[in-house]
Design a protein around this ligand. Structure first.
Ligand code: C5P
Length: 317
């Protein structure tokens, strides 16, 4: 009888213990679900705050894409942006923004992070290290494939893939795009915004500091504009003001950290023999490393992100 009572007591305690453990476990899961840190991938970009270096750099609140609502620039951004343009512009930024969003989607893009999303991004730079890499299929398997400037795919599919969901350009690097590709304008100057308007209206802008295309093929509803605040954030926080301004590729890399849950990076840095060239062009481009951009500094940050397991970097060699 005594034995029976003590066994029943023991089982009761065990039962209560299991219930408590289950409740604590459930509340923990609930806590994770409630935080911005969850996504449906094995590892989530937004949940990378445990690394102090990453947490110091990754600022979730910086606006990524321009809209009417977020168009006002911080005075420091205004100054930085004007310096980039070689001084104050006589153009009325607010009026240009107003015209922009009477033409293009004025939306809050990519605010859909959450426990059910696992969005993968391939950021494809133009480095010659893609040559012979056979990364094509791997690149095309991503949800978003982000390319830059004039980067061709035709004839290079084996190494670079054929899918392009986003193409980051500025007037001087613009090319035609198919109807499913987002044009992400990287505005280095107000004239770049005006050029975008002109492309879809009067087509009168044919020159900036050089001859530019007055028209390109692109779907109007796919147009997006990188926010000047975001450009300054990449330059000051990530790049610590190295070089004159970040390369388009590096801006897209940081952009993808903010819009994707998993990021894989291809075609960045020098080729195996130390050459800063393009996969579609054998010439050496000094500006990618020692000109306006600090390619090796950008590369080292990219490498650090890889070492810290925030991204996967595919070097091609
Ligand atoms: O040269 P371009 O700017 O068109 O290349 C796109 C991007 O690819 C660059 O902005 C840079 O970030 C990256 N790139 C690189 N190493 C190269 C060539 C390009 O990291 N050798």
């Amino acid at each position: 009888m005594t034995l029976c009572t003590s066994i029943t007591g023991y089982l009761q305690e065990l039962f209560v213990g299991i219930i408590i453990i289950c409740l604590v476990g459930l509340s923990h899961i609930q806590l994770n679900l409630d935080s911005e840190e969850m996504c449906a991938c094995i590892q989530c970009m937004a949940g990378s705050k445990e690394d102090p270096w990453f947490a110091e750099h990754y600022k979730n609140r910086v606006p990524k894409l321009l809209s009417r609502q977020n168009s006002e620039l911080h005075p420091n951004t205004s100054k930085w942006w004007q310096r980039l343009q070689g001084g104050p512009s006589k153009k009325n930024y607010s009026a240009v923004v107003e015209t922009l969003f009477s033409l293009f989607p004025d939306e809050e893009h990519y605010s859909d992070a959450g426990p059910h999303r696992c969005r993968t991004c391939a950021v494809v730079g133009n480095s010659g290290n893609l040559e012979g890499s056979h990364y094509g299929h791997l690149i095309d398997a991503h949800d978003f494939v982000i390319r830059m400037n004039k980067a061709p795919t035709a004839g290079f599919e084996k190494d670079v893939g054929s899918k392009t969901t986003h193409r980051a350009i500025y007037p001087e690097s613009a090319v035609d795009m198919d109807n499913s590709t987002h044009l992400v304008l990287v505005p280095f100057k107000i004239l770049d915004l005006e050029w975008l308007i002109s492309v879809f209206t009067t087509k009168h802008i044919t020159r900036t500091y050089t001859v530019v295309k007055s028209t390109i093929q692109v779907a109007k509803d796919k147009v997006m504009i990188l926010h000047p605040e975001f450009m300054r954030y990449v330059y000051e926080i990530w790049l610590q003001k190295q070089g004159k301004y970040p390369s388009t590729g590096f801006m897209m890399l940081v952009f993808s950290l903010h819009i994707c849950d998993q990021v894989n990076v291809f075609g960045f840095g020098a080729s195996k023999d130390g050459n800063w060239n393009h996969y579609f062009d054998k010439r050496y481009y000094h500006f990618l490393n020692t000109g306006v951009h600090r390619g090796s500094a950008e590369y080292n940050i990219t490498l650090k992100l890889h070492q810290k397991n925030k991204i996967q970097m595919y070097k091609g060699w």
